[in-house]
Write a protein that binds this ligand. Sequence first.
Ligand code: MIC
Ligand code: SF4
Length: 647
Amino acid sequence: MALSVTEKIIRNHIVSGEPVKGQEIGLKIDQTLTQDATGTMAYLQFEAIGIPKVKTELSVSYIDHNTLQTGFENADDHLFLQTIAKKYGVYFSKPGNGICHQVHLERFGIAGKTLLGSDSHTPTAGGIGMLAIGVGGLDIALAMAGMPFYLKMPEIVNIRLTGRLNEWSSAKDIILEVLRRLSVKGGVGKIFEYTGSGVNTLSVPQRATITNMGAELGATSSIFPSDKITYDWLSRQNREKDFVEILPDDDARYDATIEINLSEIEPLIACPHSPDNVKPVREVTGTKINQILIGSCTNSSFSDIMTAVKILEGNYVHPEVSFALAPGSRQVLMMLAKNGGLKELYRAGARVLETACGPCIGMGLAPNTNGISLRTFNRNFEARSGTKSAQVYLVSVETACASALTGVITDPRTLGKRKRIKSSAKFLIDDSMIISPAKDEEKIEIIRGPNIAPLPVNEGIKDNFIAKVILKVQDNITTDHIMPAGAKVLPLRSNIPKIAEFVYSGIDTTFYKRALETKGQGKYGIIIGGENYGQGSSREHAALAPMYLGIKAIIAKSFARIHRDNLINFGIIPLVFENSTDYEKIDLNDELEFNDMLLTIDKGKIEVLSLKDKTRITLKLLASDREKTILKAGGKLNYIRDVPKNG
Ligand code: MIC
Ligand code: SF4
């Protein structure tokens, strides 16, 4: 039987179910990664499961998000993460070693293996042929405990690339083109597999830019084959032994095919405030810019930063532009220091930042009021930069640097002939900032500062209850809306009662107070959403904190994958309207009566009564039997505790 790359990996890892589109399958997970903003919860949950050592082939804990350290909180978390990693058999990548996805690609990723990461951009590793999926921390904890990861067998969509990129077009423009065509919800329930002759023209970092930003499509994952180019890149990382060739069979079948001719791709730009608001750069040239930022897990590889060096070489950043750059890893930074690129960047007027997520998640460098910021990042949701009135555009390194010279949005094709980057024979390898787990783990004491609060737990579903609508929101609500990040809130990730104060704070400052009042009255809260509710990150805090505030269900037109799974993990019922026009029938402060829930949950069809006008609204619970049992138990941790009972 002719198989795609995705099917080959799935068939090698399937432990339950059949790989038939839409059916639930369980996959064995080989590797996990966590980052610090989601990691503390994941390890607390792992601890709660009570297993002495991780059962994966490899688990790595990265520090890359919370590196500002404006108070004791981040440093407390780092210490906790370092000690717990040492105890439970997890590798620890110290702050300063780089962004998890970049470092994982460079040092750990292996084609044909499965990787689960508590970060939505985990599919970056698909650039070297890994099946890599972003999930919430609890799913990582379970994978580390050796349990399978369950998902609905996705549709496998072939993106067939032909031709070759023009001189000033880039991998970023390819994924922006996919986003332009498919939108931020176009990838829900899908894995995008890249094939075709165009694949042979793309380097590993280019492939990783594309798989990284597949997250913005809402996709389960994105993947490239593992081929000669993968081998060459891995051998330059001294990792030939990690190479396995995985190509699609000649007549592999896909659920759908999308054709992209690379020679037709021109420089593109995602305009505020959504990664799919894509236009050709030429349509917005001349717009004055205040800030330009290069980096993030999308565009911070050695070749990305060298592209910036080559464009800035001999030039200066425009006097009215604030230009900053964060290399993706210590490897990239050290190579730049060695080849003189770093000096050239400083000379041209760049602010060189720590190798971390930094401004991508609002940790510093918030733009000025109404500022225009051009970024090589992957998300431009309103207020994510830290400045609500800022306008953030997403572009390639080429477009960002061309614009840095002129101070206005500039098409890089105006730069003339492109200078070639000399690729080094070998990457600079130094893993000294990756700390191995302890051999005498029983001697390791886990250090818990006051920032680390105990895990809150949910209660099982009651048969009959009344819930009050605490908030009604529109389509495409992001997890950044639900649970904002940034310098003020991100340090509270290990403390649910504290971080809960910020739930929906950017949309409605009274949400927290009203949710608590409703909880105090012994009623559950409910949120009404539109399409693609919860798009964006994997942060389970966007479920955990609402759960803590007594939210029992979200009723939406549709959900983004990771957030939906996180809701179920913490016992919040993700319901969809049977008839989406019923969205109009429910208003803020309405009370809805839920009856016979234990029975109706199993049926997947729930009729609620609106107490305001006695209308009945039919809702659907699109969930597997396993997920329904989890919901009834009040979440996955309770469910695991009941496992013997659940068979
Ligand atoms: C993001 O880019 O939004 C983050 C911060 O990396 C998140 C994870 C988090 O919220 O900690 C993600 O993409 O999953
Ligand atoms: Fe970090 Fe930004 Fe990548 Fe998220 S998208 S992992 S914040 S660099």
